[in-house]
Design a protein around this ligand. Structure first.
Ligand SMILES: Cc1cc2nc3c(=O)[nH]c(=O)nc-3n(C[C@H](O)[C@H](O)[C@H](O)COP(=O)(O)OP(=O)(O)OC[C@H]3O[C@@H](n4cnc5c(N)ncnc54)[C@H](O)[C@@H]3O)c2cc1C
Length: 492
């Protein structure tokens, strides 16, 4: 058992069974029909994409924002752990109710109000990212943050994780679009951090503390989001290179030349090999086992034409082959290659440690070289792909969870990887956050003083430690936990 659960004992120490029951009884009376205690509902809310499952005592599906305040007031009074939940697609276990208690499901809070003058949209936390993007596109407006999970993930979850995605290279991450937040503190008090205004600098900026805080500082019930004009046109190309060095050198060159792609995705040969083995076909006919770049340009037809010309000049010396997509459908076909590579990795082993490290753009090839050294050293595959325009690469370590020996080697690999990333001046996470999975590496990234300052903020905003306890600060060895073999909505 990880130390995380010891911490939960501290949170729960004042709760007796009878108090737990009394609190639940009061909750059911205050929010009739919204509290679920049946096993099926508790199981559904027990895990996220990390697939470690810990049953909560109850799941509350709130129907309006004020209900969040009702839940938190009671939970705070009785010191009951509360884990906010959107779609449960978190990659780090941040949505797992590791200390049991109550799961506060906000996925039904789905209002969308657009102000067409200011181009600010105010949304409930349960709105799906993709639904918001599609609705705003009808007004010629663009909400760019686009985690690959966007068809499933919620805006609340995106804010709590400060989610990134493929368009970040040009448009930035979730934080860059959040103008204001409404929500509830741990004690159930309603707060507003900013308003639906383009400018607001009054008081301390607690909005930015909440963004990326993984539900440990408060619960978001409304977000005021900035929109930008929808790009007029898009163009996409997929380029094959002999190896990773050649592909990543091309990324450095095109960024240095001033090309600002709206997407710049990289796939190493291990990832491509998985897909090619699975389908029995080469992605580019006649050249198998290549490293790939998927590059999208957007803007006016003229901007795209100029950038594309420069891009093709830069790539022509080293590219083996390329295809271009002139329509949305053709772009989708290219993007399917990336998705296929991700899924095909499961043909190597049944479990992946999916890291989302960031290194300086010009050091990405050093990282790839290191993943290949690790592969040899630990004897496990290390397929890597990701957002090369941001230096944010998803390094996977593939292992079979039934093998204690493979688990041990995976752990060794991940610890070494994280140390190497930090030594390059990089980050242990660029978009998934800490949750449970990255806890062992917090001290690699941050000084003791910095972590102490973070704890002080947590203690000030949540003195009883009820909000998403057991996360970020409390030692947890993800490898010691069994994962559940369950098909999730995003598994294809
Ligand atoms: C296939 C797949 C692809 C992915 N691709 C990406 C990617 O490209 N980029 C990326 O950044 N992430 C990616 N992710 C990770 C994940 O989808 C994101 O972290 C997403 O933001 C989580 O949203 P969610 O609604 O599922 O939140 P959940 O998983 O439900 O919750 C995540 C965290 O947010 C907290 N939370 C949820 N709602 C609230 C709220 N209203 N107030 C306060 N806290 C709240 C939870 O307590 C938890 O700590 C991917 C995941 C999958 C499964």
């Amino acid at each position: 058992m990880g130390f995380g659960l010891c911490m939960c004992i501290r949170v729960n120490q004042k709760i007796s069974e009878s108090e737990m029951k009394r609190a639940l009884g009061q909750l059911k009376r205050k929010l009739p029909g919204q509290v679920q205690t049946d096993l099926a509902a508790r199981e559904l809310a027990s895990m996220d994409n990390l697939r470690i499952s810990i049953l909560p005592d109850a799941v509350i599906k709130v129907q309006k924002a004020e209900d969040v305040g009702v839940v938190l007031k009671l939970a705070n009074k009785y010191r009951i752990p509360v884990t906010a939940r959107g779609a449960g697609s978190s990659a780090t276990g941040s949505a797992v109710p590791v200390c049991s208690g109550w799961v506060l499901d906000v996925s039904l809070l789905k209002t969308i109000e657009l102000n067409q003058y200011s181009k600010i949209v105010s949304v409930g936390p349960g709105v799906l990212t993709d639904v918001l993007q599609t609705k705003m596109a009808r007004y010629g407006l663009f909400y760019p943050p686009d985690p690959s999970s966007k068809k499933y993930s919620t805006i609340g979850g995106n804010i709590a994780c400060n989610a990134g995605g493929m368009h970040c290279v040009k448009y930035g991450v979730t934080r860059d679009y959040v103008l204001g937040l409404e929500g509830y503190l741990a004690n159930g008090a309603f707060v507003e951090w900013g308003l639906p205004l383009k400018k607001f600098v009054s008081g301390l900026n607690l909005r930015d503390l909440w963004i990326g805080s993984e539900g440990t500082l408060g619960v978001v019930t409304k977000a005021h989001l900035k929109l930008i004009p929808l790009p007029e046109k898009r163009w996409m190309g997929m380029f094959a290179f002999k190896n990773e060095k050649s592909a990543l050198a091309c990324v450095s060159r095109l960024l240095k030349a001033g090309i600002l792609p709206s997407m710049c995705e990289f796939l190493d040969r291990q990832s491509v090999d998985c897909a090619e083995r699975l389908t029995g076909r080469s992605i580019f006919e006649g050249t198998s086992s290549v490293s790939l770049l998927i590059i999208e340009l957007d803007g006016s037809a003229d901007q795209i034409r100029k950038q594309k010309k420069l891009l093709l000049e830069i790539t022509q010396k080293t590219v083996l082959d390329f295809v271009e997509a002139k329509t949305e459908e053709a772009s989708e076909t290219i993007l399917k290659v990336r998705r296929l590579c991700s899924q095909a990795m499961y043909s190597i082993a049944d479990t992946k440690l999916n890291e989302d490290v960031v290194v300086p753009i010009e050091r990405q090839h050093d990282l790839i070289r290191y993943t290949l050294e690790l592969k040899k050293e630990i004897g496990l595959a290390t397929p890597t792909f990701g957002h090369a325009g941001d230096g944010n690469l998803h390094v996977h370590i593939m292992y079979n969870r039934s093998s204690a020996n493979e688990r041990k080697r995976a752990k060794k690999g991940i610890v070494k990887l994280m140390k190497y990333v930090v030594s390059l001046g990089g980050s242990i996470t660029g978009e998934h956050g800490i949750g449970l999975a990255k806890v062992p590496f917090m001290e690699l990234q941050h000084s003791k003083e910095a972590i102490e300052a973070m704890r002080s903020v947590k203690n000030a905003l949540d003195p009883k430690g009820i909000l998403n306890p057991g996360k970020i600060f409390h030692p947890f060895e993800v490898w010691d936990y069994e994962t559940v073999d369950k098909k999730m909505p995003w598994d294809h």
